[in-house]
Each structure stands twice: as structure tokens, then as C-alpha cells.
Design a protein. Structure first.
Length: 68
């Protein structure tokens, strides 16, 4: 093997490695982003049913908290 061919092989290996790393990082970003969107959707849906709690606050029998 000539030194030039060895350098070319190292360059292609480095290029392939960097492409693989970039692909894995992009896949992780997409996966975590999708999980975050699902988590936000689930929590906003769970907390979005606060209309019942709001109606009890405006009830005439609701007592105001005492301050110390």
C-alpha cells in the first residue's frame, strides 16, 4: 500500500465516521423532540381540564383565604 492510498483510506474512514455520528445525533434530536412534543401534549391535555376548578372558585360559597 502506498502512503497516498493509506491517507485516502483514512480520509474516507474519517468521512464515514463523521457522517455516522451526524446521523446518530440527528436521530437522537428527532427522537427526543418527538418525545417532548408528546409529553407537552399529554400534560396540557391533563391540565387543560381545569374548567371545573375555575367554576368552583367563582361559586358564591367560596371562602377567601385568611392572611396572617
Amino acid at each position: 500500500m502506498t502512503p497516498n492510498a493509506n491517507t485516502l483510506a483514512e480520509r474516507t474512514l474519517t468521512t464515514r465516521t463523521l457522517r455516522t455520528v451526524a446521523l446518530l445525533v440527528a436521530a437522537c434530536v428527532l427522537f427526543v423532540g418527538a418525545l417532548s412534543l408528546v409529553a407537552v401534549a399529554v400534560t396540557s391535555r391533563a391540565l387543560g381540564s381545569g374548567e371545573g376548578a375555575r367554576s368552583t372558585e367563582s361559586a358564591p360559597n367560596a371562602k377567601k383565604p385568611l392572611s396572617i
